[in-house]
Design a protein around this ligand. Structure first.
Ligand SMILES: Cc1cc2nc3c(=O)[nH]c(=O)nc-3n(C[C@H](O)[C@H](O)[C@H](O)COP(=O)(O)OP(=O)(O)OC[C@H]3O[C@@H](n4cnc5c(N)ncnc54)[C@H](O)[C@@H]3O)c2cc1C
Length: 412
């Protein structure tokens, strides 16, 4: 390691940008190099399937920092150049432009990429994935020109894209392999709310269906074939079937990898000079007592500050509860907490699911694991307290909108 080698951040997304910011806020005045393979300076992705895609917010609003911020803060931002390799023993990184340099500490903030759908026709023109600003620009143009599209995958990206397309006046057939969209993350009780929301907005929702082929003529998509033999015509197809963490750098470097880059609660990888944060990090969560990888904005916003403190030698244990939000049509939602698939025994609704104005709580043995507020605001503080207290609640009081959330504990 050379004297005064930089702190290097691989990946210039939200997590990378927030890590650079946090290093400076912590008073670190040594060199910081932020390397990204995209051409754009770091930007936030949530608007790409919501207001930016719908044309209601300007491009400038998506960026994490103003253009001059990096230079002003002495952050050497290198764009359009992937990090191609890490030598943990020699503490150095290689970039695709052939350069190589030493690092003092390295943060992996390489995020994730859309999972490809392995069916024939996936490469036709008019078949889209949504991850980057350029993808969102292309979709916006597509919605302006298309009259009917097929969206494959009823996860968050698929649903938000569907809502944006409907708002643009496009007919949408939404294909979901499972019993309901989001059933894996929310369970059947709450997933029904989202299915109802989309059918109420005129979406042709097909569940339990698999696409066997994306069809086209002269290189351009014209529809999809379903496993039942049905064909659905489409001017464009959007695929949203999940993401995979970008772990190749880490695994090539011999770091411990498993559902992301494995890190401890201080965001340290299995190598003492390398940390990870954001979508790519599978971090030990002290409150939950296990590793979790969170693919959400708030994690990429907050975890890097903890990683930066840890890189600077601070005593860090990142224990923030996962938090997620979505906006679809006139529905706004926040979700706090974490439930393993099927890891709850009861869902309690507080408010009206018919009016789509409620808080849902996932419970296990009368303890709240997670809460989701739908068109109800300013409750994430009390919801977080219910979860972190670990105390049993009175389910009747929890479901009663007349009882304050601070007074729902059993025997309270
Ligand atoms: C369309 C869309 C909408 C979303 N909406 C929501 C939402 O409503 N709510 C919510 O909570 N979350 C949402 N998310 C998720 C949220 O945006 C992500 O959790 C967040 O972007 C993760 O940030 P990150 O910096 O960890 O990773 P990324 O944003 O993936 O950034 C990583 C960066 O590293 C780059 N990179 C990868 N490998 C290399 C390499 N070898 N060298 C250099 N650079 C590299 C990548 O190209 C990328 O630019 C949404 C995501 C998308 C795509």
């Amino acid at each position: 390691m050379a004297a005064n080698s930089p702190f290097v951040i691989a990946g210039a997304g939200l997590a990378g940008a927030k890590a650079a910011e946090a290093l400076r806020e912590e008073g670190f005045d040594g060199p910081v190099v932020l390397v990204g393979d995209e051409q754009e300076r770091p930007y936030e992705r949530p608007p790409l399937s919501k207001d930016y895609l719908q044309g209601s917010s300007p491009r400038e609003d998506v960026f994490v920092h103003p253009g001059g911020w990096y230079e002003e803060h002495g952050v050497d931002l290198r764009l359009g150049v992937p990090v191609t390799g890490i030598d943990p023993g020699g503490r150095s990184v290689r970039l695709a432009d052939g350069s190589a340099f030493a690092y003092e500490k390295l943060l992996l903030a390489t995020g994730s990429s859309p999972r490809r759908l392995p069916v024939a026709g996936e490469n036709l023109d008019g078949v889209h994935y949504l991850r980057s600003l350029a993808d969102s620009d292309t979709l916006k143009e597509t919605f302006a020109a298309a009259s009917r599209i097929v969206v494959i995958g009823g996860g968050w990206i698929g649903l938000e894209t569907t809502a944006a397309a409907r708002e643009a006046g496009v007919e949408v057939t939404l294909l979901e392999a499972g019993e309901l969209p989001l059933v894996g993350v929310l369970g059947r009780e709450a997933a029904q709310v989202f299915a109802g929301l989309h059918t109420a907005h005129g979406v042709d929702l097909r569940c339990g269906t698999h696409v066997t082929e994306i069809t086209g003529a002269r290189g351009r998509v014209d529809g999809v074939l379903l496993d039942g033999g049905e064909r659905i015509d489409a001017d464009a197809v959007v695929i949203g079937v999940g993401i995979t963490p970008n772990t190749r750098l880490a695994s090539d470097a011999g770091l411990e990898v498993g559902n992301g880059v494995r890190v401890d609660s201080a965001l340290r990888t299995s190598d003492p000079g390398i940390w990870a944060a954001g979508d790519v990090a599978n971090a030990f969560h002290p409150l939950l007592g296990r590793h979790i990888r969170v693919e959400h904005w708030a994690n990429a916003l907050n975890q890097p500050a903890a990683a930066a403190r840890s890189m600077l030698g601070g005593d860090v244990s990142y224990d923030r509860l996962p938090y997620f939000f979505t906006d679809q049509y006139d529905l706004g939602m926040e979700y706090t907490g974490h439930v393993e698939r099927g890891g709850y025994d009861r869902v309690v609704f507080r408010g009206s699911t018919d009016d789509r104005e409620f808080v849902a709580f996932w419970l296990s043995e009368r303890r709240v694991l997670a809460g989701m507020n739908v068109n109800v605001w300013d409750v994430t503080g009390p919801v977080r307290t219910l979860i972190t207290s670990g105390l049993p609640v009175d389910e009747g009081r929890l479901g009663d909108v007349g009882v304050p959330l601070t007074e729902v504990f059993a025997g309270g």
